[in-house]
Design a protein around this ligand. Structure first.
Ligand SMILES: [Mg+2]
Length: 248
């Protein structure tokens, strides 16, 4: 047994089965105490909404939080500002005003409340039936403007425009570098297709048993020895995967 870095999505991955979560929490606390393992939460939630969930579900205090789809990193729930070094990486090639100017030409895009926005995230609502048409046009607009952005459509309604480095997987890599942790002892966990950026690279990946059909399909097409599709749901699936890879 040795230290590892566990980076897990929250909703329907770590959180969703309270009993299994209690058991996993105990094991993670022990492992961190004994070996110095790191626990990282990765979520689309904003920092305040993530804090609420942590309180309600009694989540273990993490070593870092990657929130708002990778556009902010915090090292504690007590932090008041996101990590500046990560913000500097996000700022490369990012011009928020120009992003808004391009996007607001589309009446189909409805701006989301201020609470969902941040300096490195522009969030709109876009109806599912308009998605294909608008996304391809929007992508072409950014290419024509010589702009590299990361466009994410999720939950059948949210259109997110992020910096090119605004990505949950890249945020995990940033933490690996900060802590000098290799991919071989990094484990990432998720439940939906949008989590697949967590499975790029050479780390170990756990897909929980309740994963969405799209992610299961992606697994069937891309599976390898570093990816594990659990039978158990949520935290139970994470436990199963950690045991499968020999981390617990
Ligand atoms: Mg999820």
């Amino acid at each position: 047994m040795s230290a590892f870095l566990l980076a897990t999505d929250l909703d329907n991955t770590l959180v969703g089965d309270d009993k299994a979560l209690d058991l996993l929490n105990q094991k993670l606390i022990q492992h961190r105490h004994k070996y110095g393992s790191k626990i990282v939460y990765v979520t689309g939630r904003t920092f305040p909404v993530c804090k609420q969930l942590a309180r309600v579900k009694n989540l273990v205090a993490p070593d870092a939080l990657i929130v708002a789809l990778g556009t902010e990193i915090y090292f504690s729930f007590l932090d008041t500002n996101p990590n500046k070094e990560w913000s500097k990486i996000l700022a490369q090639g990012w011009e928020r005003d120009k992003v808004v100017a391009i996007a607001q030409k589309y009446p189909e895009l409805q701006i989301q409340p201020e609470s969902e926005q941040n300096p490195f995230r522009v969030s709109y609502y876009l109806a599912q039936w308009q998605k294909d048409k608008i996304l391809s046009r929007l992508k072409a607009d950014f290419i024509n403007a010589g702009f590299e952005v990361n466009i994410v459509y999720r939950a059948g309604q949210d259109l997110e425009i992020l910096p090119k480095n605004g990505d949950k997987g890249l945020a995990v890599k940033f933490l690996q570098q900060q802590w000098h942790i290799t991919p071989e002892i990094t484990i990432t966990c998720g439940d939906c297709l949008q989590d697949k950026t967590l499975f790029n690279g050479h780390q170990k990946g756990i897909i929980v048993g309740n994963a969405h059909p799209e992610l299961r399909q992606w697994y069937l097409e891309n599976h390898n020895d570093s990816l594990y599709l659990a039978k158990a749901v949520c935290a139970g699936g994470i436990l199963e995967g950690l045991e499968h890879f020999g981390f617990l």
